[in-house]
Write a protein that binds this ligand. Sequence first.
Ligand code: SF4
Length: 368
Amino acid sequence: MSFYDTIKEYETFDFDGYFANVTVGDVERSLGRDRLDWRDFLNLLSVKAQAYLEPMARKSRRLTIQYFGRTISLYVPLYLSNYCNNECIYCGFNRTNRIKRRKLTLEEIDLEALAISGTEMKHILVLTGEAPDITPIDYIVDAVGIIKKRFPSVSIEVFPMEEAEYLRLKQAGVDGMTIYQETYDQEVYSKVHLAGRKTDYLFRLDAPERAAKAGLRTISIGTLFGLGEKRKEAFLTGMHARYLEDKYLDTEIGLSLPRINPAEGAFQPYDPVDDKTFVQFLMAYRLFMPRAAISVSTREKAEMRDHLMFLGATRLSAGSRTDVGGYTQPATASTAQFDISDMRDVAETIQAIRDRGLQPVFKDWELI
Ligand code: SF4
């Protein structure tokens, strides 16, 4: 059994017909229930539910406080390399883009980690493109070893791996992983992933399970909004999260909602998600998955992120750079993966959290 079986089950489901027939009564009933089933989730993702954003917000806020308190966890991304052998047509690191490429040496990684450690941040998210010839797993293991000296929590957002490779990274000190399926629609997946190992839809789909089996503590998934049909994507993402939560009881499951931002190559989203729909989806995730961490990165504007702190988001990145070497050598850093919308530094982000009566959490876990 894999989540692919669930995807197959919904292959012939008439999503458009279902969404078109959702009634006000359906939305109200779903809003009133404690544990939502898949039909409730669809109801809350429907256009009809956009008239219910206020009650959704109240319930979302109540559940978030119930499970997370008045806290926002913080992390900071650290890009090791932007070499990539894949050809994802929406990404600035796509192998066909003529951009400035860089891979940090181990000494440079230490300097970047040192620079970030001057802020209050304690959780690093390590990122690379997919180029195992240039950034093999040995390199990532060495990088994690260096970063771990300064940071209690290190997670990865790299290419999908085998279970044994996740285990190796866990032993090196990695405690979490993020991987986006990008789109659950296999046809769209083939259309936007033209070459490289990422063309293997199933290997990517099952990566969160392999990581869970290897014992990683936190696993975050998401779809990249803008590629597949947005309501169907949001639904399958939530179903994937619940599948993982039900099957891997020791693992903390998280959700992210990345939206396509301008990148090298000027890809235009097929099915863009506007701000109102974005907020609706985030709250529907919270209502469907009350215990899931929900991350919002600096792809989103400062005002939006501030607003989302009250509506279900529990984890924010801060002071982010999406270029390689950006924390210590901005003049020689690589081209960035995507444009950042929230340009605030760590101190400003922390202040924004405190100004709203919330508590920034830098560290909630350490291996001893
Ligand atoms: S999305 Fe990831 S795998 Fe695809 S081109 Fe960009 S860095 Fe490479």
